[in-house]
Design a protein around this ligand. Structure first.
Ligand code: SF4
Length: 643
């Protein structure tokens, strides 16, 4: 039986849902969900997070786009998430297509499907959703009757491994561009033109990459020669989208019935980071730093709390203690929401006593764990990664934490940083023991130190994009050493499996040929690759073999400084020249201060001169632009010039 409408889907769901785990993942109907009259709406968008509901509902990007689209009278946005394996089996047995939560329409009935890719290990889930939705997997196989399939998120800064499956990618911030994409879609629908026309018009929007309008050429040694455009009007490079000024935060969040990863109000206080940690993908691609005002944040919390009833607010950013007005903000929240007992969480704090004072002000009674991320355990290594901090400063912070009554400290490290020696690894154990010893002197045997040790992946668009990733053997040796030395009462070690690191490294550094591998892996049963219990490393190795590719080529090669990367045509606006210089600086242990203290001309300002000039003052953390000098390079074509 073919099931292709919301009534049949609802009937089947009534039958299936009592037989599967957590039916609340698939019912919709939550507080603040938006249901519009399907027949009255001109353009319908499905926003898809390709993992389960429990994770996707905590994704701020999805909530922002849901709000923006549903605020427009002629648009609707509905949500869809990956079905967990039991639900997938039930859906396939019942021939039930992938559907939206709000109105249970099949995804194939939507005009636009927007996938969210905050990280790369969601790719096989995205293919699985397209398959369950009975939509052709390849962009080349879709015609005017199929939905437009687009994707965005941090992983889209190297879109190439998914180039064959997505019609277009949003590079950068989605708040404005999503509406421009919808407008282009509506114009195309009215024009009755071919799908190629739609794709070409999308490519003229600032921040949109249409991979089918380009081709990649390779050298004999397998490295990329260049990416060429196939139509004259397609931009090259594709410049990331930014918002010159952050819009007011979303306040109407859909409130899940079931437990999700973060049961709290997420309020983004600042975007971007000025610290320049050399391993940090997010820090590089999200420049420039733009802040929201204290009043704007407070009024958003007030409104959002009344609309959702949440008892905790997360003040989100890449480095919350760097927000200029953090003390003022926290003080005002404390006074204003005192009666509601609103808890405040501040993820991503710097290692400094100021962070401890801040947490102290927030959590007078709650004294759970305190998290710090030194990332490396020796001063030498912290200089190489540009997170300079002395051991003494770190121990000072640890003392301040224990002195204020916390008993548990979590320390995040990475192994595999460039030029790492075995002494740098042993130092992780030594430093944890030194912190524990400080704790024992202050809180006795209640002191606990947990080391979370992941493996460094040289991410695209960072100063370390040239360096190789540790091999399986190197990772095993280093982890073995830590398992032997980092033990004893009060010490705990968590680590990432080397297989997980390899997958993330392949997918984040891959070129267009990786699309074969992703497809093969999905065909062989890869799903939920970010989940330990489902990830099948053997499938991925077989898939590389089937595609005739060597996985080590992508992960374990030291790249020559002049190598063309598969992501070079995607312009993060931090120039490659700057990244190269920063990489060379790292080899000499040369550090950069926070770029709020001194601008290093990373490339942001020549690209976004006009945007900075039109937003004077300290909303941006880059220097002001007052001169009337023209931007150094022609940024946008007439069609896509930002207003
Ligand atoms: S332009 Fe200067 S201040 Fe702005 S992000 Fe780049 S280095 Fe930092």
């Amino acid at each position: 039986m073919t099931i292709n409408n919301s009534i049949d889907i609802s009937e089947q769901l009534d039958r299936i849902l009592p037989t599967i785990q957590k039916p609340g993942r698939y019912t919709g109907g939550e507080l603040n969900q938006v249901v519009k009259d399907w027949e009255q709406i001109k353009t319908r968008v499905a926003l898809i997070f390709p993992d389960i509901y429990d994770l996707g509902m905590s994704n701020l990007g999805l909530a922002i786009l849901y709000d923006i689209l549903n605020n427009k009278p002629d648009l609707l946005a509905e949500r869809a998430f990956s079905p967990w394996t039991d639900m997938e089996d039930a859906m396939r047995n019942a021939n039930l297509p992938m559907f939206s939560l709000e109105t249970r329409h099949p995804l194939s009935d939507f005009d636009i499907l927007g996938f969210s890719f905050p990280y790369e290990t969601l790719y096989t889930n995205a293919l699985n959703i397209l398959d369950l939705a009975q939509i052709p997997m390849f962009t080349s196989e879709r015609n005017s009757f199929h939905p437009l399939v687009i994707a965005g998120g941090h992983a889209a800064f190297n879109p190439e491994p998914m180039h064959a499956f997505m019609d277009a990618f949003v590079i950068g911030e989605g708040e404005e561009v999503i509406l421009e994409i919808v407008n282009a879609y509506q114009d195309w629908k009215e024009s009755g033109s071919s799908r190629v026309y739609l794709l070409e018009s999308l490519s003229n929007i600032w921040g949109v990459y249409v991979p089918s309008l380009y081709q990649a050429k390779y050298n004999y040694d397998g490295t990329l020669s260049n990416v060429e455009k196939l139509v004259d009007t397609a931009p090259l490079p594709i410049i990331k989208r930014i918002l010159p000024q952050l819009p007011p935060p979303v306040t109407r969040f859909v409130v899940p019935y079931i437990d999700v990863v973060h049961n709290r109000l997420p309020v983004e206080i600042m975007r971007g980071c000025t610290r320049g940690c050399r391993f940090c993908h997010a820090g590089m691609i999200s420049r420039p730093v733009r802040e929201r005002s204290v009043d704007e944040v407070i009024s958003a919390i007030e409104q959002a709390q009344s609309l959702t009833g949440y008892e905790e607010v997360g003040l989100l950013s890449l480095s919350s203690s760097d927000y200029t007005h953090i003390l003022d903000l926290v003080g005002k929240i404390g006074r204003k929401f005192n009666k509601q007992h609103l808890a405040v969480s501040l993820p991503s704090l710097r290692i400094e006593s100021f962070s401890v004072e801040l947490m102290d002000a927030l959590n007078k009674s709650k004294r759970g764990g305190f998290t710090l991320a030194p990332e490396a355990a020796t001063e030498r290594m912290r200089e190489i990664i540009n997170k300079p901090l002395s051991d003494e400063q770190l121990l000072d912070t640890a003392r301040a934490i224990f002195d204020r009554g916390w008993t548990k400290i979590k320390l995040y490290f990475m192994i595999g940083h460039p030029s790492e020696t075995i002494e740098d690894v042993i130092a992780i154990s030594d430093l944890c023991k030194a912190v524990l010893s400080e704790g024992k002197q202050r809180v006795g045997n209640r002191a606990q130190v947990t080391a979370g040790v992941s493996t460094f992946i040289p991410k695209p668009h960072t100063p370390f994009q040239w360096v190789p990733c540790d091999t399986f053997e190197q990772i095993n040796e280093k982890q073995g050493l830590l398992k032997r030395t980092l033990r004893g009462k009060g010490l705990k070690l968590n680590w990432n499996a080397p297989e997980d690191t390899m997958l993330e490294a392949w997918l984040s550094r891959g070129d267009r040929r990786l699309a074969h591998v992703v497809l093969e892996a999905w065909k062989r049963g890869a799903r939920f690759d970010a989940w330990k219990e489902h990830f099948r490393y053997d499938i991925w190795l077989e898939s590389f073999q089937a595609a005739g590719l060597n996985p080590a080529f992508y992960t374990h090669r030291q790249r020559p400084i002049d190598e063309t990367f598969p992501w070079d045509h995607i312009d993060s606006t931090v120039r490659k020249k700057f990244l190269t210089e920063d990489y060379l600086w790292s080899q000499n242990g040369k550090t950069r201060v926070d770029c709020r203290e001194r601008c290093f001309a990373c490339g942001i300002l020549p690209t976004f001169t006009e945007q900075r000039r039109n937003n004077p003052g300290d909303v941006w953390k880059c220097p002001e632009v007052k001169s009337k000098r023209l931007p150094k390079k022609e940024l946008f074509t007439k069609v896509n010039a930002p207003e």
